[in-house]
Design a protein around this ligand. Structure first.
Ligand SMILES: [Mn+2]
Length: 312
């Protein structure tokens, strides 16, 4: 018998964990597994350290059951889409199984079911279900589809190929509520996010033959619009759809007047190098850093533009 199935069989109370500030991949895979465990008549809890989950994820089954306190009686936990233990927002004292698709996964937990070739954690979980002849119902298919949709950026990113659509087709045939997910996860907007987007694009500066889009968001802009960090980043990413733009840079003022830098790029430009120069981190096309409030904004801008000179 598969080691994971054995652990499930022996467990009395199982927790599925979505990472802090969850996305649809983490919530969707945890949700699909939660459904599977319910079908086995297991006692199961759905945990996420972040309270107030984004409303656009309410199309994912069981998101209304999420709790932000970790159940003390749990004897088995599964984390989904967490590359490192710190992403859990909790250190479970029970047996932990790590299900993920990040190439940077630290392989924490008693068992690590990690496949970096997969486009989403929901694909890792789908393969697990297939290998163990576990049939999908429509709730499970909806959770798995939600993760695929989010991690493929709505079937738009570089990792998407024919197998991605074939996977989506499978899930739709199993009853995935794909229309609902498409509408909620891709199209849902808050008024605050639209107000912030208006401010950001009104103040956007195009530099280096319009290859660089530079945004500055003050703390006042954040307060007046009521927007959140992820709203800033969504608008930042949208600027990459302008025909000439290759790199998008956001300098956002925090409440303590320190600066958070976010960098996005198309595949030709490595922005991680720039983030690293500021002591930050991330991926080649998606990176970030923090700078204390003692550094002048113009100096940060100048340094970024100089570093970009070599990359463009
Ligand atoms: Mn993911």
């Amino acid at each position: 018998m598969n080691e994971i199935l054995k652990k499930i069989d022996e467990a009395k109370h199982i927790v599925v964990i979505a990472h802090i500030n969850p996305d649809a991949d983490s919530l969707g895979s945890a949700s699909a597994f939660y459904t599977h465990l319910l079908r086995l008549h297991k006692k199961v809890s759905f945990y996420c350290a972040t309270e107030n989950i984004d409303r656009k994820y309410l199309c994912i089954p069981w998101c209304d059951k999420i709790r932000s306190s970790f159940p003390s009686s749990a004897d088995l936990a599964f984390s989904f889409d967490c590359a490192s233990l710190s992403r859990l927002g909790v250190e479970p004292s029970c047996t932990l199984i790590n299900v993920d698709h990040h190439s940077s996964n630290t392989m924490f937990g008693e068992i690590a079911l990690v496949d970096a070739r997969c486009i989403s954690t929901t694909k890792v979980l789908y393969d697990f279900f297939q290998q163990n002849s576990i049939l999908l119902n429509s709730k499970m298919a909806t959770g798995l589809y939600a993760g695929l949709l989010d991690d493929s950026d709505g079937f738009l990113n570089e990792r998407v190929d024919g197998t991605t659509f074939a996977f989506a087709k499978e899930l739709i045939e199993c009853g995935a509520e794909y229309k609902l997910c498409n509408k909620f996860i891709l199209k849902h907007r808050t008024l605050a996010s639209l107000r912030l987007k208006a401010i950001m694009f009104a103040n956007m500066i195009l530099l280096k033959n319009a290859k660089v889009a530079l945004f500055y968001v003050s703390y006042k802009d954040i307060v007046s619009s009521g927007a959140r960090d992820e709203d800033c980043e969504a608008a930042l990413e949208e600027s990459l759809y302008l025909p000439s733009v290759e790199v998008a840079v956001l300098l956002k003022q925090n409440s303590d007047l320190s600066i958070k830098g976010s960098l996005r790029s198309h595949y030709a430009v490595n922005v991680l190098k720039i983030a690293l120069e500021f002591g930050g981190g991330g991926h080649a096309q998606r990176a970030g850093f923090q700078v204390s409030n003692e550094v002048c904004l113009d100096l940060i801008k100048e340094k970024i533009l100089n570093l970009l000179e070599k990359e463009l």
